[in-house]
Ligand binder design. Structure first.
Ligand code: CA
Length: 516
């Protein structure tokens, strides 16, 4: 048998094996369709904070909290004044961010209980899947709240489908929210710290197990609920939903930020040699607000402000890690929030009493759960040193645009049937273009919609605004606080926008070129 010349010496065989080695890595990671990304392709890190409002950080005007890291990020990057989450609550907002589809188009994307099934179709194109297919290592660290399993999930076995089935190589997650059971972390398919002799049961109906509840044993509570949140007590805090077992796996609330931040940093360290996508969804500043002791009492507006300062620390840790590993110059780092602010969100934690003049939504009306600008207009910063010129952008962009925009960044186009509402706004995110979207549908997370068109905003009637029988029209150019309904003075505009909104609902997509 004649061997090719390069196989004629042991040295050359080793050389060939070394050359082939990188080709084996994607297969070993289970990414059959992955192709190596170019060195020019930047890493992408999204830090999605929770319930942080437009006025909650220093670079957006806050003075009662100190956010030096987020402020530094803004000074090194592009701070957006007209950037949006699609929806004013967690689940629909995050659904849209990852799938490129307005959540109100998809049934079952309202605020989910902790035992809900996965709401993202594992067959669909998502931000992590698109990047995974283009050679990125992908991770989800932090709050998930998009459902797990296919119904009646067994917390004691392999928990799937979940983040790994929609395009993440790795996940370390809070299954739902901090105020919902189960109060355990999940790494990939398993509960972290699980003890088979102490099986976990979860119920959102009938009580399970013998753990005390806030309803029956208020004397055991460290923080009293203000509404709801009266079920199983974990760490002295009563939650939404019932849980038993899993004692060795229960998280410590004051260590959640430390734990998640460490996971985020470790993922960056372990993937520094290849393009990576990190979706870091902090627990801060969602309720229950239990920042680590070193942050307690450090802000001038109570425990909610302390949680903001803990969040700022987490952002700083990610920034420091990118600097230390010399990755900052090749990383697009985005900081934003999933929906507007709320002060009392179910626990009497003193946030209302200690607000001290702090304005969580800044100049905007409303907050979490609302159709007003405070519900969906978000703090939003992009940083990529050497590529993004620092400054302020007034371009209208939305988190639903990440799918098409990141595809453009890696020089790909998404399939025609993917991302029905995801626009390519990459040139605005990079600061190359002053404009992006000219229209956007806002959603309060329930059944109410509003349409932005330029500076006009039409608020359609909805179940949470029964008193408003007619649509309301605002001109945000001179009324960003939405105080003057100008529908009567501009009947043609109101009519045209109402028709347009109806068409956008009817047709099922807003992205040009989309075909189902
Ligand atoms: Ca939220």
């Amino acid at each position: 048998m004649i061997r090719p010349a390069i196989f004629k010496s042991p040295t050359s065989i080793i050389a060939v094996l070394l050359l082939l080695l990188p080709l084996c890595i994607p297969a070993a990671r289970g990414q059959q369709s992955a192709v190596p990304a170019t060195k020019q392709t930047p890493n992408i890190v999204i830090i999605i904070s929770d319930d942080v409002g437009y006025g909650d950080v220093g670079c957006y005007g806050a003075t009662r909290v100190k956010t030096p890291n987020i402020d530094r990020l803004a000074s090194q990057g592009l701070r957006f004044t007209d950037a949006y989450a699609t929806s004013a609550t967690c689940t629909p907002s995050r659904y849209s961010l990852l799938t490129g589809q307005y959540a109100w188009r998809k049934k079952g994307t309202g605020i989910l209980p902790g035992n809900a099934a996965l709401v993202i179709d594992p067959k669909s194109m998502t931000v992590p899947r698109m990047l995974q297919q283009n050679g990125y290592a992908t991770a989800c660290v932090g709050k998930w709240h998009l459902g797990l399993g296919s119904g009646n999930v067994d917390w004691n076995g392999a928990i799937a489908p979940g983040p790994l089935e929609v395009g993440f190589d790795y996940c370390f997650i809070i299954p739902a929210t901090g105020d919902r059971v189960p109060c355990v972390f999940i790494e990939n398919h398993k509960v972290v710290g699980f003890d088979p002799s102490d099986p976990i049961a979860v119920s959102y109906g009938i009580k399970v197990g013998n753990e005390p509840t806030g309803r029956d044993h208020p004397e055991l509570l460290k923080v009293k609920p203000s509404h709801g949140h009266a079920d199983t007590i974990v760490n002295g805090i009563s939650r939404i939903g019932f849980m038993s077992g899993g004692h060795s796996a229960l998280w410590k609330d004051d260590q959640i930020a430390d734990t998640l931040t460490k996971q985020a940093v470790t993922f960056i360290e372990q993937n520094k040699e290849r393009p990576f996508f990190l979706y870091f969804a902090t627990h801060d500043i969602h309720v229950p607000r239990v920042p680590a002791q070193r942050f307690r009492g450090t802000s001038e507006c109570g425990i909610r402000g302390d949680a903001i300062q803990e969040l700022d620390w987490s952002v700083g840790q990610v920034m420091q890690t990118l600097d230390r590993l010399k990755l900052a110059d090749n990383t697009l780092l985005i900081f934003t929030s999933d929906n507007g602010p709320v002060v009392d969100d179910g626990y009497a934690d003193g946030s209302v009493e200690h607000l001290n003049g702090h304005k969580p939504a800044g100049p905007l009306r409303g907050g979490k759960y609302d159709i007003w600008e405070g519900g969906t207009r978000m703090p939003f910063i992009t940083r990529w040193p050497g590529r993004i010129k620092p400054g302020v952008s007034h371009a209208m962009v939305c988190q639903v645009d990440f799918l098409s925009s990141f595809a453009a960044l890696v020089k790909k186009t998404i399939p025609t049937a993917a991302g029905p509402d995801s626009f390519d706004v990459m040139s605005a995110l990079l600061g190359d273009a002053p404009d992006a979207r000219h229209e956007l549908v806002e959603h309060n997370g329930f059944a109410q919609l509003a349409l932005r068109e330029g500076n006009w905003k039409l608020v359609a009637p909805g179940p949470r605004a029964r008193a408003q029988a007619r649509p309301q029209l605002f001109n945000l150019a001179d009324d960003v606080a939405e105080t003057h309904n100008v529908a009567k003075e501009n009947p043609d505009v109101a009519k045209r926008l109402a028709q347009k909104l109806a068409e956008l609902r009817e047709v099922g997509h807003s992205r040009q070129g989309f075909q189902s």
